[in-house]
Write a protein that binds this ligand. Sequence first.
Ligand code: HEM
Length: 236
Amino acid sequence: MTLSARAGSFVFVAAVFLSLLFFYTAYDKETKTIVPEKLLAVIFFSDAAKTWSELNKVAALAAIGLISCALIVGPLSKMFPKAFGKLLLYRKDVGIAGFLFAFLHSAYSLFVIYGLDLNKMLFANPKWIGFIAAALAFIIFFFMAITSTADAVKKMGYVKWKLLQTTGYAALFFAVVHFVVLETRTGKGLDVRPYGLLFLALAITALVVRIGLLFLRAPQRTGFEEHIGQTSEKDS
Ligand code: HEM
């Protein structure tokens, strides 16, 4: 990983986070416009509970968005190596950043929203499917994150490691189920601000693109370095 690739990933992650603050947090559902005062109220903790709740949603959206970007680059770089091959250099850092946001969101939700109460999470939760889906997604993303080093690949063996990485798409599917179940309200349908819906669309696109790859006979990668753009692949 070169310094410029790391800096590029950082700029991208920061841009996604700031864009969420501006286009999601500052969006006013009633007037359907961007209201900067809404963002200022959140940033300056006018109502601390509201600020934490908003930051939790921003973290959730940053997580699903960044992880989708890290995943979608894989199939796209196989389908269109010239256009997307270079982006492989950023996928590891962007994926890890996505996982860190998922970790913050999960921890806040488990401790503050559910108060670590199994009844609230599962037994008395009408949206228990959304909770189970979140837990499965988190567990898979966790294992993907801790095995994202060349050392881990050596220890696990490439075939097992690649299988685990492929389950990332199942985890993204679980995250989409979680998103839709938790944000669907009776009588209102999917109740998410437009910029949030864009992140849902991105995740669904990543899944569709991966399924599309099944129908193409793209060459298989044969080593960890190829997944993160650190070798010149035959197909790129
Ligand atoms: C055990 C782990 C998790 C728990 C307990 C959890 C819990 C929650 C809760 C309670 C909400 C509703 C928040 C609110 O309306 O204020 C939510 C929303 C959401 N979660 Fe999770 N979550 C977990 C893991 C994840 C993961 C791994 C992802 C994605 C990578 C994710 C993505 C989302 C998204 C995108 C939303 C919708 C945000 C919005 O627009 O309001 N969650 N989650």
